[in-house]
Design a protein around this ligand. Structure first.
Ligand code: ITT
Length: 208
């Protein structure tokens, strides 16, 4: 079987961005669903990096011997809220609560807070589990984790329809708009996920 990348996520928004960013690697990128992998992953780590590795290892256990497995653990850190929701970004107010409600709640919690105290960042850790190189005596999977971030602030209202999750409330000074108002190519150029995946690509090129 030829080489392919399995991306360990159930989040369609992430998957759309990942496909665009990794396009130039010229390796097919499959979601877990497309690879026919269904596994319940307990993200019980205490950092983005730990959780990304937990997801990548869990899927690598179900993957083929030549598959490269990548996983993304990401979230929003709001400085005024002691970096909440952080690693709990997906679980904040409950996994099934709509982002309209989550975003409205975060804006509400920053009521009266001036712009200079509304600083926030998106963080993305990408973990990779690679197959052992052919010819190595002791076949051992190889792993690494990289991190990308993007700095911004929380706005006073939700704006924009692009992206997903917390994008409508996360604003960039440079563009004066939320990341949900940016075309996807622009978001990918500046985003935490774009930055982490470009680092990941560099490492993959060295290792493969
Ligand atoms: P998988 O674990 O299946 O990948 P998930 O959505 O549960 O999907 P995470 O545990 O990494 O993923 O949670 C990340 C959450 O952080 C995600 O659900 C969004 O709410 C938020 N988030 C991450 N990146 C984002 C982005 O680019 N734009 C908006 N919100 C983002």
């Amino acid at each position: 079987m030829s080489r392919r990348i399995l991306f360990a996520t159930g989040n369609e928004g992430k998957m759309r961005e990942v496909r665009m960013i990794l396009e130039d690697l010229n390796i097919p990128v499959l979601s877990m669903k497309e690879a026919g992998i269904e596994t319940d992953i307990d993200e019980n780590g205490s950092t983005f990096e730990e959780n990304a590795l937990i997801k990548a290892r869990a899927v690598a256990d179900c993957a083929g011997p030549e598959d490269i497995v990548l996983a993304d653990d990401s979230g929003l850190e709001i400085d005024y809220l002691n970096k909440e929701p952080g690693i709990y970004s997906a679980r904040y107010m409950g996994e099934d609560t709509s982002y309209r409600i989550k975003n409205a709640n975060l804006i509400e919690r920053l009521d009266g807070v001036p712009k200079e105290k509304r600083t926030a960042r998106f963080v993305c850790a990408i973990a990779a589990v690679l197959p052992a190189k052919q010819g190595e005596n002791e076949p051992k999977e190889r792993e690494f984790v990289v991190r990308g971030t993007v700095e911004g602030y929380i706005g006073w209202e939700e704006r924009g329809e692009n992206g997903f999750g917390y994008d409508p409330i996360f604003y960039l000074d440079e563009y004066g708009c939320s990341t949900a108002e940016l075309p996807s190519e622009v978001k990918n150029r500046v985003s935490h996920r774009g930055n982490a995946l470009r680092l990941c690509e560099e490492r993959l090129k060295e290792l493969l």
